[in-house]
Design a protein around this ligand. Structure first.
Ligand SMILES: NC(=O)c1ccc[n+]([C@@H]2O[C@H](COP(=O)([O-])OP(=O)(O)OC[C@H]3O[C@@H](n4cnc5c(N)ncnc54)[C@H](OP(=O)(O)O)[C@@H]3O)[C@@H](O)[C@H]2O)c1
Length: 228
């Protein structure tokens, strides 16, 4: 089988970065997307340079960036086999907390940004009979008190299922990755009793490692100590 090509949004940190490292170990060629190009370039160099991994600056809320990302991946490697729509961030709990501006960016990134990633990658995924994964959350499966972030992840859950139904018959598989608490820069302060980013990366690679007739639609993974 030719080496598959994976595009990851939110690859500059946390879950996306850990997934890039594990996917590189498993032989994927990578296109790493986020806004912080310097971090992506360092990671791409570490993972083998231009033959193996490319860095692409992409603000997922910008359609032109998303079109350019898909085009850059096709230009670099000729196909897109896996897309991991993972970029996102949170906000303080409470409908009087955070700021309206922060909310706007969060909703645009977590919901509209993910939708733009789907829109930009569908043609190539249909061509490759590829695999789409989205980072949802436990917070997208149960509502968290005072959390607009939770509402954005409910939208991602719905988007994953909506995409799965639309893609039925195309050969494209769809997986929602739904982590509990993961120790990443997502949190301003260090967290304890959390998953490590690599724990989530293994879930991603498990889903993409299944034979073509197996579509793992959801993986919800909590740290053992998380009750909610
Ligand atoms: N940590 C958790 O407990 C947890 C639990 C469940 C789900 N999640 C979800 O997991 C995903 C990854 O988060 P993480 O925990 O790995 O946090 P993280 O380390 O802060 O990573 C977030 C990533 O998203 C990227 N990003 C943010 N806004 C972006 C934008 N507009 N355009 C492009 N990239 C953007 C960031 O890169 P740049 O800043 O360089 O753009 C970064 O690479 C998110 O969707 C998050 O909601 C996290």
């Amino acid at each position: 089988m030719p080496e598959r090509v994976m595009v990851i949004t939110g690859a500059s940190s946390g879950i996306g970065e850990a997934t890039a490292r594990l996917a590189a170990d498993e032989g994927f060629r990578l296109v790493l997307a986020a806004r912080r190009l310097d971090r992506l370039e360092e990671l791409a160099a570490e993972l083998g340079g231009p033959e193996r991994a490319r860095a692409a600056r992409c603000d997922v809320t910008e359609w032109a960036d998303q079109e350019a990302l898909a085009a850059a991946a096709l230009d670099a490697f000729g196909a897109i086999d896996v897309v991991f729509a993972n970029a996102g961030f949170g906000a303080s709990r409470g409908f009087e907390a955070s700021t309206p501006e922060h909310w706007r960016e969060m909703v645009l990134t977590n919901v509209y940004g993910a939708a733009l990633t789907l829109r930009a990658s569908f043609p190539a995924l249909k061509e490759s009979r590829g695999h789409l994964l989205l980072t949802g959350s436990v917070a997208g499966r149960r509502a968290l008190a005072g959390s607009l972030y939770s509402a954005t992840k409910w939208a991602v859950t719905a988007m994953g299922e909506a995409a799965r139904q639309e893609l039925d018959g195309t050969g494209v598989r769809v997986t929602l990755i739904e982590p509990g608490m993961v120790a990443t820069p997502f949190f301003d302060d260090p967290v304890t009793d959390a998953l490590e980013p690599d724990d989530v990366a293994r879930a991603v690679l498990y889903a993409v490692g299944q034979p073509p007739h197996v579509d793992v639609n959801e993986i919800l993974v909590r740290p053992t100590a998380q009750s909610n």
